[in-house]
Design a protein around this ligand. Structure first.
Ligand SMILES: Cc1cc2nc3c(=O)[nH]c(=O)nc-3n(C[C@H](O)[C@H](O)[C@H](O)COP(=O)(O)OP(=O)(O)OC[C@H]3O[C@@H](n4cnc5c(N)ncnc54)[C@H](O)[C@@H]3O)c2cc1C
Length: 405
């Protein structure tokens, strides 16, 4: 979804792409939208568990003892992943045990270095828009099975924050919609899906549509707000009831110049001492003006979503000024999207799996219910939570239906 910041169009939702997001990259090529690397020059700031310092690029230059504790924790999580998942990625013998607890309980029992503990809490908040007490240990451990997805998620170069699209990723959806023409109907929420032996009727605010099958791409918790007749299976409904979204407020700030670069800073800050953050440099490629992009994530998004926008903006500016100085208090423009207040999103970035959900309801996420098929990023095995997962899920749903019709 696009927004305007100081005369420039920016993404209010997803914006970054990783080198292995191959379907997204090829779509961008098809539509002539260029990707360019996230700005990384200079020092990043961290302020975690009472320790403040700087580091460069993907290195996490925490104090030596904390770095050792982070590495030891990664090793333990990797060992747990080996016991919880088979080599083919299926649930293993110890999966149910790990699915019974939260990541937070495990961190409290296993990580005794304050900075390392804060690091994992903050990284989960930044990457999932949720807290460590909301995610099951198994869900987190799955990121350490096979390739190290956690490192990928938290990295800039080569990772999930590698590059951004010139003019924004929203252009791809916009151009696809234009190609599809009248087949795309916007502003028409679906309220009811009825299925019978011959097909489905989709009842929306702009009328009814009849088809042999329907693919629902809304996240499970939003899909569950659509009435279904006859009612969905118990498994599917229970799965969706237990699949909440994280919560996020995305903020763009414009400045006359990227003044933090003069201080040798990259613009990237990771802090557990502020409500706003993390944030990154998102200055325009040309023209010399500056911009930052950042987030209120998880608990801080819940805390700030319903408050006075002026107060929210003041908090954000003060948090940025804490690390970049008083120049941060005078942006030339500011724009935000409060995803938890958006009527048909009600949160983001994606679905968070709490205790018991993966082992009890895993299949229900993808299993069709009669003529109702499910797509959306949550249903993709490898790129759930990313735009890449959404694209792949659409392709998977299309392939499944092609076999049926
Ligand atoms: C702030 C933010 C930052 C993010 N950053 C990144 C990033 O940098 N890189 C990345 O890859 N991913 C990022 N993501 C995640 C990415 O945006 C999602 O993974 C992706 O959009 C999921 O696509 P989807 O089609 O599965 O679901 P959605 O994009 O959520 O689309 C579902 C659609 O269903 C619609 N809908 C809901 N209910 C109904 C109804 N009853 N009737 C009709 N329509 C309905 C909604 O309006 C919505 O348009 C970010 C997300 C957010 C919120």
């Amino acid at each position: 979804m696009p927004g305007r910041l100081a005369g420039r169009v920016v993404d209010l939702g997803g914006q970054w792409v990783a080198p292995d997001h191959t379907r997204l990259i090829s779509l961008a090529r098809e539509f002539g939208v260029e990707a360019y690397p996230q700005y990384v020059d200079g020092n990043n700031i961290y302020d975690l568990g009472g320790q403040r310092g700087t580091y460069k690029l993907n290195d996490t230059d925490l104090p030596a003892t904390s770095l050792k504790a982070v590495q030891e924790t990664v090793n333990k999580l990797t060992a747990l992943a080996t016991s919880a998942f088979t080599v083919t990625g299926d649930l293993g013998r110890h999966a149910a045990g790990l699915d019974g607890g939260t990541l937070e309980s495990w961190l409290l029992a296993n990580v005794f270095d304050r900075v390392a503990y804060s690091y994992f809490r903050l990284m989960v908040r930044a990457t999932h828009s949720a807290e460590t007490y909301e995610t099951s240990l198994l869900a987190f451990v799955s990121l350490f099975a096979g390739e190290n997805h956690f490192e990928h998620m938290t990295s800039v170069r080569g990772g999930a924050q590698d590059s951004v699209f010139d003019g924004g990723v929203w252009q791809l959806a916009d151009r696809m919609a234009k190609e599809l023409g009248t087949a795309v109907i916007l502003g028409s929420p679906v309220r009811h899906i009825l299925q019978d032996d011959q097909g489905v009727t989709v009842r929306s605010d702009q009328g009814d549509w009849r088809g042999r099958y329907v693919v629902v791409t809304a996240p499970p918790t939003m899909a569950n707000r659509i009435q279904v007749t006859p009612p969905l299976s118990s498994q599917r409904d229970a799965c969706a009831q237990r699949s909440p979204l994280g919560n996020v407020i995305k903020v763009h700030l414009a400045y006359s110049r990227p003044f933090w670069r003069d201080q040798g800073l990259s613009g990237q800050v990771l802090s557990d001492q502020t409500d706003f953050g993390p944030w990154f440099d998102h200055s325009p490629r040309k023209g010399g003006s500056g911009a930052l992009v950042g987030f209120y994530n998880g608990a801080t998004a819940h805390k700030w979503a319903d408050r006075d926008p002026i107060e929210r903006r003041m908090q954000c500016l003060q948090d940025v000024a804490k690390y970049f100085g008083t120049a941060a208090l005078s942006p030339t423009d500011y724009i935000e999207e409060v995803w938890g207040r958006s009527a048909f999103h009600r949160g983001g970035y994606g679905t968070v799996s709490g205790p018991g959900v993966i082992t009890t309801f895993h299949d229900a996420l993808r299993e069709p219910v009669g003529r109702i098929h499910w797509a959306g990023t949550e249903t993709d095995a490898d790129y759930s939570g990313y735009i890449e997962g959404a694209i792949r899920s659409g392709e998977n749903a299309a392939a499944a239906l092609r076999k049926l019709v």
